[in-house]
Design a protein around this ligand. Structure first.
Ligand SMILES: NC(=O)c1ccc[n+]([C@@H]2O[C@H](COP(=O)([O-])OP(=O)(O)OC[C@H]3O[C@@H](n4cnc5c(N)ncnc54)[C@H](OP(=O)(O)O)[C@@H]3O)[C@@H](O)[C@H]2O)c1
Length: 342
């Protein structure tokens, strides 16, 4: 292939587990897309707290440095490999285990979900991961129905707000949402009962109000999982999906992760009490429900296109400023951060 045809991509790599100087920008050549693949020229990539947790190595089974963080990307198809039924110039979105912080990437066409006309890349990146995982946990894992009660931890956060908005679409779901007092209005505006996690004990609030809930969605980790499990009613389900407590003030606490998995998920499942627990991640369902990925991401994009979902405020940063995005994540950013490549 002549040199001038060679394509390159610029990516941000996580090169170590340290708190600072952990990200490095690298430019590399990328080959033409092989059969069944397409090259996407990335326009925007979402930043998630999970990216930081992966870089710091607090999520068991996460990628090892050097790796490119970022679990979603949106861009346009630039070139297609043999057997791919996508149009060059078409805007697509994809969820990836890692690799979102880049300007171009070859991906299997099966991962690329068309973006509805008129929806821009930053808007897609601001909802893709958060609303996809909330949608799957609500509809496919916990199967929440009208008339049920649920507890959403971190309800003022990116994923938490997604739960609240998607639960509103189910209708007649009683939702409890934990968050700080400063965010109580936001939680209430979305139809949930706000619980101040600093001043109130969510176990007491749930027990005193409804006795128990049908599902809890918990990204906190450690002993928090056990407390969430304890407020389930018979037949209820704890869906754990994060380990926030394993990283506090920049300090890793790997024991928290182990306590969460063993005490909050494995042990409760051994008790014959009619309750279930499990850890969800965005790839959990791919083996058993292979169609779910495309169906659910397409549904989220349709909801976005129809203005039925909207994230809290969105801030954009250039891809090369990913280290600033990580700093903001550590300080506790409000709203969604999106990296752009322009
Ligand atoms: N499993 C997966 O595939 C997957 C994918 C994406 C994200 N995640 C996980 O999802 C989690 C949430 O991510 P995010 O982007 O939504 O984070 P976020 O926007 O930073 O939100 C975190 C929220 O947690 C709240 N919070 C802090 N301490 C709390 C406590 N003790 N009790 C209850 N709430 C508390 C904060 O409330 P205030 O601001 O009101 O204090 C904030 O709203 C992270 O753990 C991330 O790793 C998992």
């Amino acid at each position: 292939m002549p040199t001038e045809d060679k394509m390159s991509s610029t990516s941000v790599y996580a090169v170590n587990r340290a708190q600072t100087n952990s990200l490095e920008v690298r430019t590399e050549e990328i080959p033409p897309p092989p059969a069944g693949h397409a090259r996407v020229r990335v326009e925007a990539a979402g930043v998630s707290y999970g990216d930081l947790l992966f870089q710091r190595g607090v999520i068991p089974g996460g990628p090892k440095p050097p790796f490119v963080p970022g679990c979603d990307l949106t861009g346009v198809v630039e070139e297609v490999g043999p057997g791919v039924d996508l149009t060059v110039g078409q805007r697509v979105a994809a969820l990836v285990v890692s690799g979102g912080y880049t300007t171009a990437v070859n991906l299997p066409a099966a991962r690329l979900v068309p973006v509805p006309d008129g929806v821009d890349a930053v808007a897609v990146a601001s909802v893709a991961l958060n609303y996809f995982i909330a949608y799957q946990m609500l509809h496919r894992v916990a199967r929440v129905r009208s008339g049920q009660s649920i507890l959403v931890h971190g309800a003022s956060g990116g994923v938490g707000l997604a739960f609240l908005q998607l639960a509103e679409h189910i209708g007649n779901v009683t939702v409890f949402g934990t968050g700080s007092a400063a965010n109580a209005d936001l939680i209430t505006r979305h139809g949930a009962v706000a619980i101040d996690y600093r001043a109130q004990d969510f176990m007491n609030v749930v027990r005193d109000t409804v006795g128990g809930v049908d599902a809890v969605f918990d990204p906190m980790g450690g002993g928090h999982f056990w407390r969430s499990y304890a407020v389930l009613r018979k037949g209820g389900r704890l869906v754990a999906y994060g380990q926030n407590n394993a990283l506090r003030n920049g300090k890793r606490n790997l024991a928290i992760g182990a306590v969460g998995f063993l005490g909050g998920i494995a042990l409760p499942n051994l008790k014959p009490d009619g309750k279930k627990t499990g850890f969800y991640n965005a790839w959990s369902l791919e083996k058993k429900q292979p169609a779910a990925y495309r169906e659910d991401l397409a549904e989220v994009l349709n909801l976005l296109s129809a203005d039925k979902i909207a994230p809290r405020e969105v801030a954009t940063l250039p891809l090369r400023a990913a280290d600033e995005a990580f700093r903001r994540l550590e300080q506790g950013v409000t709203g969604k951060l999106v990296l752009t490549t322009d």
